[in-house]
Write a protein that binds this ligand. Structure first.
Ligand code: KIV
Length: 273
């Protein structure tokens, strides 16, 4: 019998069970190589539809397609072995009906092998969340600032900045949690509101520009590495890789132009020995 140790990936129920426990560490990733780097440290890797902006230079996430999400979801699954991989459902792939949401979510899960999907929306989505979870699709919710709604909300401003605006956002959080979501992204809401939501729902909240009191945190990897030109104000930069990459590329370009590029000499000199 093989004694090879099987690496067990975190599952949606594992993450659900972390409510009020050890903080959940999550980052986005869209490629096999970055997935490999973050897998060791993250409980959840999100293949976010922010890939539209980060990888493709789009202005918003609205044009992102299901095929784009599946392609990058597959890459992230190949590069990781430990974290729960969650794939975002892009705009237009789940809002029309709960049946449409199920068909597309099932396609994402079958074709990528990911462990869960994420959808943006509150009360209006609760019925869909219930329909999917009852049929074997673990759902991560996403409330507060929901970037796919940019054309109706008008800007990427933080939500719930005044206390009078808190109630509908709290209702959204409770509705998604009670419908069966296993966790909830809370994006860009006032700190006391994120704290209140975390206290009110029975599932882990994962904050982004929200509150340290959330049950976990998520950032867009390229934002925290200093690789994206426009970064939300709340993002702490843990690296500054942009200048390092530029310096390496400049060094390479100089070598090539000066005909100082090493070419194959080292291979031939090894053979002669
Ligand atoms: O698409 C994304 O990267 C996200 C995170 C910002 C939560 O939804």
């Amino acid at each position: 019998m093989s004694v090879q140790e099987q690496i067990k990936r975190f599952t949606a129920p594992d993450i659900r069970a972390r409510k009020g426990g050890d903080p959940i560490v999550s980052l986005t990733s869209y490629h096999a190589h970055t997935a490999r780097l973050v897998d060791r440290y993250c409980d959840v890797i999100l293949v976010g539809d922010s890939l539209g902006m980060v990888m493709h230079g789009l202005e918003t996430t609205v044009p992102v397609t299901l095929d784009m999400m599946i392609l990058q979801g597959l890459a992230v699954m190949r590069g990781s072995s430990r974290a729960l991989v969650v794939v975002d459902m892009p705009f237009g792939s789940y809002e029309a009906s709960k049946e449409q949401a199920f068909m597309n979510a099932a396609r994402v899960m079958k074709e990528t092998g990911c462990g869960a999907i994420k959808m943006e929306g509150g009360r209006r989505l609760a019925e869909t969340v219930r329909f999917l979870t009852e049929r074997g699709v673990p759902v991560m919710g996403h409330i507060g600032l929901t970037p796919q709604s940019i054309n109706t909300i008008g800007s990427f401003r933080a939500q719930g900045r005044e206390e009078k605006d808190w109630e509908p956002i709290e209702d959204d959080a409770r509705a998604v949690a009670e419908a069966g979501a296993f966790s909830l992204v809370v994006e860009a809401v006032a700190e006391p509101l994120a704290r209140r939501i975390t206290e009110q729902v029975a599932i882990p909240t994962i904050g982004i520009g929200a509150s340290a009191a959330c049950d976990g945190q998520i950032l867009v990897l390229e934002d925290m590495l200093g690789l994206t030109p426009r970064v939300p104000r709340f993002v702490k930069r843990y690296g500054d890789l942009g200048p390092g990459i530029e310096a390496a590329v400049a060094g390479y370009a100089n070598d090539v132009r000066a005909r100082a590029f090493p070419g194959n000499e080292h291979v031939y000199s090894m053979k002669k020995k």
